[in-house]
Design a protein around this ligand. Structure first.
Ligand SMILES: [Zn+2]
Length: 413
């Protein structure tokens, strides 16, 4: 019995620990893992792995928490209309592409994902049961938005397409219907409620500063979500829709490319603790889009988006890493950390925004986001020091180990 218990201990020894809290790196670290949780964290000499422990030597390497992407679209595989509407191929084929995207994302070192629309509860169940490898998943199912809004898939020809019957129809108008839609999303498995109060760069009808939803509708949405213990992540790029979202108390602003134009909104985000998830990665893609309207909107927003990060940080707004991956590639989520650094964040702060702060943004801070006793053993062993060179995380050959819940998803140690 004792032998069996001891055999369950893994020890990662000798590496430099960056624990996800923002604390200075610790050399010669020892991380003990018992089954799926971290049992203890210390340094060589103070903490000795018990006899029989599986010991992994991480000397000269960095040990850090698994990265959390707070905004991904694991079930998105293209921006063209046929793909978006699910007309390009059989649903079974799309689902297999999604399963592959989920695996690639985990192997890249992303151990938790908040999916920001598109993924249904079957994928989450399949990962939790070990049917397919993947990150821990929080799902939103789809954006709740009004008629003509970002998730209304009625075409110009007035055809209505519902791409995936596993997802509720996301359109709702008026406070009563919006409240019912929140309940419907939760019934269908949503962990978090996603909405949009502005158009976007890729949305066909509304642009980045065009408002969607009235105050009474958004108040009803936020009130209902919070009453049911769910957070609200809100796509909002700029203008009155962005201001409304913050004033109505959404928990995170997604994208926020024109936030720099709204100093009062920034102050309110800082005061309320509203998270800012910039998702620079998707706009790198949109600036090169084959669709002209997307290129134009993305290029117009570019400098504002860069400035939005620095003014938000100066004001004390909390930032969490999100990529808005989907539609162009999966598994390249680590690029976002470099984009945050290029926009003015210190590498260590970008790492915290991708671990400890990201966990707080999505409400999983008791379980993930840092390497501390009691949390899930979600961690990476990296050949290099991302606190000096953040780009090292993008080189998958340098991600030597990905451990999720104490089990190796990748082991090149
Ligand atoms: Zn998105």
């Amino acid at each position: 019995m004792l032998r069996h218990a001891v055999a369950m201990i893994k020890a990662i020894v000798g590496g430099t620990l960056i624990d996800g809290t923002g604390a200075a790196p610790r050399r010669n670290a020892v991380v003990l893992i018992e089954e799926d949780r971290i049992q203890g964290v210390g340094v060589t000499g103070d903490m000795i792995p018990p006899p029989g422990a599986e010991v992994y030597d991480a000397t000269g390497k960095t040990v850090m928490p698994g990265v959390i992407d707070t905004h991904d679209h694991l079930a998105s595989h293209g921006y063209d209309l046929l793909t978006r509407l699910g007309l390009q191929q059989a649903i079974s084929y799309t689902n297999l592409l999604t399963a592959r995207a989920i695996r690639h994302t985990l192997e890249a070192g992303i151990t938790t994902v908040r999916d920001a629309a598109g993924l249904d509860r079957g994928f989450k169940q399949a990962v939790e049961e070990g049917l397919i490898p993947g990150p821990r998943l929080l799902i939103t199912l789809d954006f709740i938005s009004p008629t003509g809004g970002i998730s209304d898939r009625t075409t110009i020809s007035n055809h209505y397409i519902h791409p995936n019957p596993a997802l509720p129809d996301p359109v709702a108008d008026g406070p009563t219907a919006v409240r019912a839609k929140v309940r419907e999303m939760i019934r269908a498995g949503a962990d978090t409620i996603k909405t949009a109060t502005t158009g976007g760069v890729s949305s066909p009808r509304h642009g980045p500063k065009d408002a969607e939803y009235s105050r009474v509708e958004l108040e009803a949405l936020v009130d209902e979500a919070h009453a049911q213990g769910k957070r609200v992540m809100c796509h909002a790029l700029g203008g009155p829709g962005l201001e409304l979202a913050v004033n109505c108390g959404v928990d995170s602003i997604e994208h926020g490319g024109y936030l720099d134009e709204q100093p009062e909104t920034i102050k309110r985000m800082a005061a309320q603790g509203t998270y800012f998830v910039l998702t620079y990665s998707v706009y790198v893609h949109h600036r090169r889009s084959p669709f002209e309207y997307m290129r134009v909107r993305a290029n117009e927003m570019f400098q504002h988006h860069l400035k939005s990060l620095t003014v938000a940080l100066d004001a004390g707004v909390r930032v969490a890493m999100g990529t808005d991956t989907g539609g162009w590639a999966h598994g390249q989520n680590m690029t976002e950390l470099q984009l945050l650094v290029e926009a003015g964040m210190k590498p260590m702060d970008a790492m915290v925004a991708s671990t400890g702060e990201a966990a707080r943004c999505i409400g999983l801070e008791d379980d993930v986001g840092s390497i501390e006793a009691g949390k899930y053993a979600d961690l990476l062993v990296v050949d290099g020091d991302p606190s000096r060179d953040i780009a090292v995380l993008q080189d998958q050959a340098k991600i030597l180990a990905v451990i999720k819940g104490g089990a190796f998803a990748k082991d090149a140690l």
